[in-house]
Design a protein around this ligand. Structure first.
Ligand SMILES: NC(=O)c1ccc[n+]([C@@H]2O[C@H](COP(=O)([O-])OP(=O)(O)OC[C@H]3O[C@@H](n4cnc5c(N)ncnc54)[C@H](OP(=O)(O)O)[C@@H]3O)[C@@H](O)[C@H]2O)c1
Length: 328
């Protein structure tokens, strides 16, 4: 067996569990250390996933010579600092979405990763899910003809905690950075390009962040993608791609989907299911490991250029809706 890649986890909150469960299905990977601002949280996580080291300081984790790569699952406003800490210590980085809060921060991380010859990727897990390979094959084969439009929603009604990461501007809350990033990312994936024009509308809540964001993205040849991301309503959360001959539906929740339907006019629907081995996070981890072993500094599937352009697009959308965070 290939030598194992040894992972460290920074900030073992909710989503870090999906990462840890995914890694259990990868024989040549293991988590060897975890760090949290709370020693208890680190120890609880370490016990659950049989992680040998639990630290109460991130600096201790990145200084651990046994750690090859770091998965960062802290909050949006902490991603820059934690990713930079890991890069400076010579560790490869897989950081939760969004990569940072601003494009300027992402640019600095990319520059540093390249200088240090380290791998850096935004953990955009959707892009590595097996069902997306099927959708890509349908699109490439022209099964729905020429693409004309896309529609999607990412909406749910969370418990209203105004000091939590979804609503608090000090934690870079709001629908765009947290969930709007997915329809933006899948639209880009379908088109292989960023929009040429955007129209956006937001409902800002009393904490000052966007609780609903609706957007129309206009691509080359007038292809449009319309989406809403919101914390105000329970949505269907599927993603439709419409063409001249039919349409594709990526089943809910489209950002973590294991199924899709191809509907071509006057033909029987094709329904495909592609279940995950574990949580779905294992595929992005495998991609990061493939790239690290090959000596790549970035993945072609979530490249540095892609992430920087996405952050620039989100900067533009935030400027349009007047969303500036207190720490900016
Ligand atoms: N890929 C996906 O599907 C997906 C899904 C959900 C979230 N995410 C992303 O993953 C990241 C973490 O989300 P999560 O839901 O796991 O978050 P979470 O459980 O609320 O918190 C994650 C960590 O952030 C730190 N933290 C939490 N609240 C804090 C506060 N008020 N002030 C300072 N630090 C605080 C803690 O780090 P310490 O343990 O070090 O104290 C905590 O363990 C976010 O960037 C989010 O966008 C991704």
């Amino acid at each position: 067996m290939t030598e194992k890649i040894k992972w460290g986890v920074i900030s073992p909150g909710k989503i870090a569990h999906a990462f840890a469960k995914g890694i259990k299905t990868i024989p040549d990977a293991e988590i060897v250390a975890v760090a949290s601002s709370s020693k208890k949280r680190a120890e609880t996580f370490a016990k659950k996933y049989k992680v040998p080291k639990a630290y109460d300081a991130y600096a201790t984790l990145v200084a651990d010579p046994n750690v090859d790569a770091v998965y960062i699952s802290s909050l949006h406003h902490q991603h820059f600092e934690h990713s930079m800490l890991a890069l400076e210590a010579g560790k490869h980085v897989l950081c939760e979405k969004p990569m940072t809060v601003t494009a300027a921060e992402t640019k600095k991380l990319i520059e540093r990763a390249r200088e240090k010859k380290l791998f850096l990727m935004e953990a955009l897990w959707t892009r590595f899910l097996p069902i997306y390979d099927t959708v890509r094959q349908w699109l490439d084969a022209g099964r729905i003809g020429e693409i004309k439009m896309m529609t999607s929603t990412f909406g749910f009604r969370p418990e209203r905690d105004e000091t939590g990461r979804l609503f608090d501007p000090n934690l870079a809350g709001g629908a765009l950075l947290d969930i709007g990033i997915y329809p933006l990312a899948v639209s880009e994936w379908v088109m292989g390009a960023f929009p040429e024009a955007i129209k956006v509308h937001a409902l800002m809540g009393n904490t000052g962040v966007d609780e609903l964001l609706s957007a129309i993205l206009v691509y080359k040849n007038g292809v449009v993608s319309q989406f809403t991301s919101t914390f105000l309503a329970e949505n269907m959360n599927d993603f439709f791609i419409y063409g001249t001959k039919g349409h594709i539906r990526i089943h809910p929740n489209f950002w973590g989907s294991a199924g899709a339907t191809l509907s071509v006019t006057n033909k029987k629907d094709e329904v495909v299911s592609a279940p995950f081995r574990a949580t779905g996070f294992e595929y992005q981890t495998e991609e990061a490991m493939r790239c690290i072993r090959a000596g790549f500094l970035e993945s072609p599937k979530v490249s540095h250029d892609y992430t920087l352009s996405m952050m620039t697009l989100m900067d533009d959308i935030r400027a349009e809706i007047g969303l500036k965070y207190p720490f900016e």
